[in-house]
Design a protein around this ligand. Sequence first.
Ligand code: CA
Ligand code: ZN
Length: 306
Amino acid sequence: MTLEKVSSSSCIFAFKKGLKPAIRVQPGSDLILETRDCFSDQLKSSEDEIADMDWSRINPATGPIYLEGACPGDILKVEIKDIRLKSPAVMIAAPGEGVLGDRIENPVTKILPLSDNRIEFSPDRVYQQKPMVGVMGVAPAGEEEIPTGYPGPHGGNMDCRLLQAGSTLYLPVNTPGALLAAGDMHALMGDGEIVVCAAEAGGELEILLDLVRGSSLPLPLLENTRVISTIASAKTLDEAVNRAVYKMTDLLVDNFNFTLSEAGMLLSLIGQAEICQVVDPLKTARFTLAREEINLKRWQDITRTI
Ligand code: CA
Ligand code: ZN
């Protein structure tokens, strides 16, 4: 079976209702998104300077994808099947960007060759790749557009390193078809993404799209075989952490019959407050529970697809 493919030339720079879909697919469809790196592939060598870049083309997200039957109130379920990256990856460090932006004096572009699941920072610093997706989102709830560089309740630029092959992301459906788009793939990224980018690489993202109907889940929500994470973004990291905690608490109270204080105590014992990124216009945190430590018997029911 050949999978439907969406070309990287079908891309958006803002999530918005009413965009013309690049493709329409049925729930249960497996498809491939070709993605450019977050600089729209404009940096090809260490000589290429960010000052010469067209900044209007930062953070392209391939799509939008119209999922037939998806209605406001439904939940979009996106399973990451595979991430295939093109070598090389690229990254920058630049004045004014990221946590070190006040201290870095000159912009630097670095090319990082990828091969055999490895990434080369320098000949003596070669690491295993951990491919992930930085931007994945849907049309937001409001009528205003949200640039693809922003994270929020619609997903977007969350830069959550758990969004890897084998993970599933749940997002709200705010408009018919949901209008999913994704991009900004990284070969490797640490929590925080502190210089404002990671090992940025284009490639192919294979996803399985489905719908959950009739459940109430705090979104965006991520699961893999090991963990469940609620994700939240806010102006400050403090507020983002609080919101991620509220969401996980809501999940336990609304779906698993915990009282608020029982949920809080349990999260205080076995939950982990974690950082996704601290460098985008809003900061993103996640709150993570290990599945083996919490017996959520109804999980299969509340995440069942239509
Ligand atoms: Ca990003
Ligand atoms: Zn990125």
